[in-house]
Design a binder for this molecule. Structure first.
Ligand code: SER
Length: 894
């Protein structure tokens, strides 16, 4: 049975029993506690907690949720039961049926015959576990369902008590296992062997609320939820294994084709008895990661160096790396991603309209990484040469970390190359550096979010008092103070000089999101109280925190205030945000759909727009983008906002903003109809001409594969251009030329300068030649050889040294002679030098190239050249006398 059919049977079973079928939420939700959706119940959290009323007529729902768990990326492929991406099919009851209903529904679907719409599993092969003291569940399994007592086992909190790992709903659970037979392990049920007895379904009796804590069993249970609920999760891929009669999740119809593609790309065989076992793991890594990466890109994640983007980057790079280790030499990504899109598309039809974007994002990352691999290899090689020259046998941890952190060169590759070069790697040092960096990043994130980690102080407001935002229509209005937070604690009042976060019931102030910074403004209350709002942030997507300083008077919870946005700020913010949309549209018009947005930031007068693209923008292209943008301003395009469903918005071709939930009404902002359509909650101008001029100031790289355009908008754009014009005017005045002739004049000036420099250098050489002719007298006689050392002083370059030495050498004619000229530059701490030998000296075995090595030893230098002339440079200037003496000895011994 194909996976797609398993999904359909599941949904039909529960829809027939009155459940509302709910589409999967995207993998990324706006929840700071959650990297990716990792269970089917995540989108339903507010209903379990009683914060929202479930919008399902029967109070029950069913879904097949996309899930990603990436805690142990390094473990992928070692076991064959776990994937980083999986589909969790679930049924949910919000205060409706409880244990008996959940158990009965699950049992009938698993054991009903195929003709009756079930999965037709043999009831004799099913085992169950229940939470240690849950007699009620055990009795239902035995008495109502007929599972013999010996196939009902009890497990403790770590196994049979479920929570999301963070504060939220939780409860005891009961799991259903399928006995795969003696070939898979020993008898004795799931408590004896969880490989042979494969877990397929988890029924959670969601009745409690969990507090802070760590691990699966070390947290406080805060109390009962308002109602008793059901949350179940069936592993679609695991059921596919059973129904397709295959050994493991990599053999199902979804993943096996990727392994086949990898065999072709690498010219290697999966499960080849003659090959290294590690190769099989690599095949599985490719299959697993291709799917997870594809699904993450589908849901809007782009590769980057932090958070979700970093996980995606790691997945993609591990694919490239595994393919290389299997023997692939060229690019392979496109084949893997296309294959996995083909197998997944029947269940996820939205893949169809995103194919090009997905392939492009994955392939761009592959390209960047292949480049990194090439440059990293060079970097590693030079590090290895240096270490060996110093006689070191170990690559220091800090060096390995630098390769990893700065150049994106994976540690396993460093280890492998070190091994080939006969070096060790200080892994303790590397791990220490990694741990330090993680700690730094964590502290950073904490600081970024809300200044402190403890969000529980806002909880009451998030759960019960979401802020009403009326700032699209009005810039000012009355509001009531619901809460005040100072120093991370709730307070009841704030006085002049205090820094405080103000929570209101309603506000016209925009809170930072979608790249647009929060509004600035003022809160004022009776009696002359006024607060300057310096930033506005959102918590839990719902509550606006007005970060403010009390300028005058005092404010108490319960007070009524007038909240007013600074109109100049908002005017600039609108201009910058609408300009960002125009630049995005222009960029895609010029570069095509391969340029994918990766992030943006805008504030009054300024914007930056990040996007992924494999190449830099030429000056012409950048200019075109600026032109298209300003032409759109000039066209005075109408700006409309439309509220609609996510599906509708995507059908309209709106550029997706990710993190929207299935039920959400989304806001589409269009400028000039189809010219620019984006999902966006920001504030915008009503006609494009209100944006004013847009002036692009730079285009640069921000990490591998990501690029950034920066621009000014409105009056700031004008000020920028005006400053530039004044600057060019100033230059023109200096040159005494009209501005249009400035470039030509500068070109002519620099040509003249070059010419003059050439002339000076020629003169210097002639002068040197004269000087050197006189130096010959000073040559000493060492054995049969004439030896001349002279320091020509700072500022003498390589070319001049050569001219001088050639002149001197000619003067020695057919005598054996060695000339050693230095150009000591104590200020720069360096000393270029040159050694020349006459033909007679070379014939006696005095080769200039060898002599440079003799000198180098004493002056910490390096260099080389031909037998008759060689050059070098040293940095240990104090070693010069010893170098001369050594040279003398060397000549004497020849
Ligand atoms: N939430 C439970 C799990 O993830 C059941 O859906 O296992």
């Amino acid at each position: 049975m194909q996976t797609h059919e398993i999904r359909e049977r599941f949904t039909n079973h529960f829809v027939n029993a009155g459940h509302t079928a709910v589409p999967s939420a995207p993998l990324v939700l706006d929840d700071p506690n959650l990297l990716f959706v990792n269970a089917g119940m995540v989108p339903f959290k507010p209903y379990f907690l009683g914060q929202q009323t479930p919008p399902f007529p029967s109070g029950t729902a069913t879904s097949i949720q996309k899930c990603v768990r990436t805690l142990d990326i390094d473990e992928v492929g070692i076991t064959t039961r776990h994937n980083t991406f999986f589909q969790m099919a679930g049924n949910f009851s919000f205060g409706q049926y409880f244990k008996e209903g959940a158990i009965t529904h699950a049992w009938t679907l698993l054991t009903d015959s195929l003709e009756d719409g079930g999965f037709g599993l043999d009831p004799e092969l099913l085992w169950v576990t229940v939470y240690e003291n849950d007699d009620e569940a055990a009795d239902i399994w035995h008495e109502k369902i007929g599972v013999p007592r010996e196939r009902i086992q009890r497990l403790g909190m770590a196994d049979n008590y479920w929570s999301m790992g963070v504060p939220g709903p939780c409860g005891p659970c009961s799991e259903i296992y399928y006995d795969r037979g003696p070939a898979y392990g020993k008898e004795g049920g799931p408590i004896a062997d969880d490989n042979r007895y494969m877990e397929i379904w988890n029924l959670v009796f969601m009745e409690n609320e969990r507090g802070e804590g760590t691990g699966k069993d070390n947290f406080e249970i805060l109390g009962d939820l308002p109602k008793k609920n059901i949350d179940t999760g069936l592993g679609v891929e695991r059921v596919a294994c059973i129904l397709q009669g295959v050994d493991n999740v990599y053999e199902t119809d979804l993943l096996r084709p990727v392994i086949d593609a990898a065999e072709k790309a690498a010219g290697a065989t999966y499960e080849d008895p003659a090959a290294d076992r590690a190769d099989d793991i690599r095949f599985r890594v490719i299959a697993d990661h291709s799917r997870t990466a594809m699904m993450l890109i589908l849901d809007g994640v782009s590769p980057s160096n932090e958070g979700r983007g970093y996980i995606l980057r790691r997945l993609l790079r591990r694919i490239v790396r595994s393919a290389r280790l299997l023997g692939a030499t060229g690019p392979t990504m496109e084949g893997f991603i296309t294959t996995i899109m083909d197998t997944m598309e029947p269940s996820f039809p939205e893949i169809a309209r995103n194919r090009q974007r997905i392939v492009h994002t994955a392939v761009a990352e592959e390209k960047t990484f292949l480049k990194t691999l090439a440059s990293g290899t060079t970097l590693f090689e030079s590090a290895a040469t240096e270490l060996k020259a110093q006689g070191a046998g170990t690559v220091p941890g800090a060096r390995a970390f630098e390769l990893h952190d700065t150049y994106g060169f994976p540690i396993d590759l460093t280890l492998e190359m070190a091994h080939e070069a006969g070096l060790e790697v200080d892994m303790d040092g590397f791990n220490r550096a990694m741990a330090e960096q993680k700690a730094r990043a964590k502290a950073d994130n904490r600081a970024k979010k809300h200044g402190h980690t403890d969000l529980s102080v806002y909880r009451e407001f998030v759960d019960h008092h979401p802020t009403e935002f009326f700032g699209y229509e009005e810039l000012s209005g009355q509001a009531r103070v619901l809460g005040l937070v100072a120093g991370g604690k709730l307070v009841t009042e704030a006085h002049a000089g205090d820094e405080v976060e103000v929570i209101l019931d309603a506000t016209p102030m925009y809170a930072e999101s979608g790249g647009q910074l929060g509004d600035r403004g003022r809160l004022s209350a009776s009696g002359g109280t006024s607060l300057d709002v310096t930033d506005v942030q959102k918590v839990g997507k719902k509550v606006w925190l007005h970060k403010a300083r009390v300028a005058q008077g005092a404010l108490s919870v319960g007070d009524t205030v007038t909240a007013a946005v600074d109109p100049a700020w908002r005017h600039g913010a609108r201009q910058a945000h609408s300009a960002t949309h125009l630049i995005h549209a222009a960029l895609r018009q010029i570069l095509g759909p391969d340029a994918v947005q990766a992030g943006s930031m805008n504030r009054p007068g300024y914007l930056r727009f990040d996007y992924t693209f494999s190449d830099h923008l030429s000056a012409e292209k950048l200019h075109e983008i600026e032109m298209v943008t300003n032409a759109a301003v000039d066209d005075d395009l109408e700006v409309n906002t439309i509220e609609t469903t996510l599906d509708n918005a995507l059908d309209m071709g709106a550029m997706a903003l990710f993190g929207e939930n299935y039920g959400d009404v989304v806001r589409v902002v269009e400028i000039g109809g189809p010219f620019s359509r984006e999902l966006c909650g920001g504030t915008h101008v009503s006609h494009s001409s209100q944006i004013g001029p847009v002036s692009v100031i730079s285009e640069s790289s921000v990490g591998s594969g990501a690029r950034r355009i920066e621009a000014y908008s409105g009056l700031d754009a004008f000020k920028f251009m005006s400053k530039e014009t004044a600057l060019v005017g100033g230059v023109a005045a200096e040159l005494k030329a009209p501005t249009s002739e400035v470039p030509e004049r500068i070109r002519a000036l620099s040509a003249r300068l070059k010419e003059a420099e050439k002339r000076v250098s020629e003169l210097k050489r002639a002068q040197l030649a004269q000087q050197t002719a006189g130096l010959i007298e000073k040559a000493e006689t060492v054995g049969a050889t004439r030896f001349l050392h002279a320091d020509l002083g700072a500022g003498v370059g390589g070319g001049e040294l050569r001219t001088a030495a050639t002149t001197a050498r000619d003067k020695f004619g057919s005598d054996p002679a060695v000339i050693f000229f230095t150009a000591r530059d104590p200020e720069a701490g360096k000393m270029p030098f040159l050694i020349a030998a006459t033909k007679a000296a070379v014939d006696n075995g005095l080769r200039a190239g060898d002599l440079v090595k003799v000198v180098s030893e004493y002056v910490a230098g390096r260099g080389g050249g031909k037998p008759d002339m060689a050059q070098g440079s040293g940095s240990h200037l104090a070693g010069l006398d010893r170098a001369v003496a050594a040279l003398r000895d060397h000549i004497a011994g020849s």
